[in-house]
Design a binder for this molecule. Structure first.
Ligand code: LLP
Length: 382
């Protein structure tokens, strides 16, 4: 659980992301403890948080990296992730990005279409390399999460449809500069029930069985990321239940002894260790409501505006009687709102608020709309 030291926070220019590195380290330890099978390899999804200090902690703990752009490949390498521990996904990889991945000799390209496969083959031939490739399959599973972050349904733009897989595998096997090494899946994000992962295992078993009967074996199976976190009570559940998550795969997925199972966890690794710290500028009394206007806006944390997400809001500097407020940012758009009818201790100008569980998809999604500055950072560790 994160303990905020207000005297230290006060010395910083707000708004800023506060990262509790002790909690990050405990989370990484919990993952490692839950991964008992040596065939399992966890890649951290860099898109969740690519802050260099966070990346260094994660690479030092021995994880691989899941990247979605050339920029992320460079950031991962710079932070010390080994190149063969990098997997590279994305529905629209540019030629330059493919070339970078080949020249850096990354572990695997997760490929989303036959069109992409042919381009990777051409570029690999030009560079005199063979690209290791996993095919991203769209397993058509409902992850029961927000429609913007569900990815495994047939209607989504991601992956290769099950019906086309035979053809794509044939093409991949025939291409000279492609080494087909695996299958890749990702069904969505912030998945809080384990049933969809069980369904995924069943689909994968059926597929690997079908292909092994044709003499096609995959060295790696990559099940993507998606494990959700407790946004409602970050103090009660600062570390997700990794044990139960990995057990679903241990109990339901059939692996051959020489196969590797890859995971791409993002949010569950970093979300709870980060909070956005913001200062109250004004407490404005409207006709029917009181508004707490803070100096952070959706440029600093866009999840509430974009997905209707709710982050617990905590007043770090008041223990007065409880009042009801709408907590809003300074940007002139109605969606710039962090919480409606929030129950907070009596709040005044100058108070510091923490928006909790903001370590994933927070700082990385910040923008400079309205010519605003990007949020700062502060790290705490023993
Ligand atoms: N692998 C692939 C192929 C992905 O597309 C993603 C996330 C991950 C792994 C990591 O998933 P995670 O373990 O973090 O759930 N901005 C949104 C989340 C977008 C997730 C996109 N893909 C949000 O703030 O909720």
């Amino acid at each position: 659980m994160t303990n905020f030291v207000v005297e230290e926070l006060c010395q910083n220019h707000t708004p800023f992301y506060y990262y509790d590195l002790n909690l990050l380290r405990s989370t990484l330890k919990a993952i490692k403890k839950s991964v008992t099978n040596r065939q399992y390899k966890v890649h951290y999804a860099v898109k969740a948080n690519s802050n260099p200090i966070i990346l260094k902690e994660i690479s030092a703990a021995g994880f691989g990296a899941d990247c979605v752009s050339g920029g992320e490949i460079n950031a991962a390498l710079y932070a010390g992730f080994p190149s063969d521990g990098i997997v590279y996904a994305g529905v629209g990889k540019s030629d330059e990005e493919i070339e970078l991945g080949l020249n850096k000799n990354i572990g695997c390209f997760n490929v989303e279409s036959v069109e992409e496969l042919e381009i990777i083959n051409q570029i690999a031939a030009k560079c005199g390399r063979v690209a290791k490739v996993a095919l991203r399959v769209n397993p058509d599973i409902d992850a029961h999460t927000h429609e913007y972050i569900t990815t495994g349904l047939a209607e989504n733009k991601f992956g290769i449809a099950l019906e086309s897989l035979d053809h794509v595998i044939e093409t991949a096997t025939a291409l000279e500069n492609i080494a087909l090494t695996g299958l890749h899946f990702h069904i969505g994000s912030q998945i809080t029930i384990l049933e969809p992962f069980k369904l995924l295992c069943e689909k994968i078993n059926a597929l690997t069985q079908k292909y092994s009967s044709k003499g096609i074996f995959f060295k790696t199976i990559n099940v993507g990321g998606g494990l959700g976190i407790d946004y409602d009570d970050p103090d009660k559940n600062p570390i997700p239940d990794f044990k139960s998550y990995f057990e679903v795969f241990a109990d339901n997925l059939t692996l051959r002894p020489d196969q590797e199972l890859h995971f791409e966890l993002g949010r569950s690794v970093v979300a709870q260790c980060g909070s956005l710290i913001t200062k109250v500028l004004y407490v404005k009394k409207g006709l029917t409501k009181q508004f707490v206007i803070v100096d952070a806006g959706f440029t600093d944390l866009i999840r509430p505006a974009l997905y209707g997400a709710h982050h617990v809001i905590q007043n770090l500097t008041s223990d007065g009687p409880i009042e009801t407020y709408d907590v809003v940012g300074p940007i002139c758009e109605s969606s710039d709102c962090f919480g409606k009818n929030e129950r907070l201790p009596l709040t005044r100008r100058g108070d510091l608020l923490a928006l909790r569980s903001a370590g994933a998809y927070g700082e990385v999604m910040a923008s400079q709309y309205n010519c605003r500055q990007l949020p700062g950072t502060m790290f705490s560790a023993d």
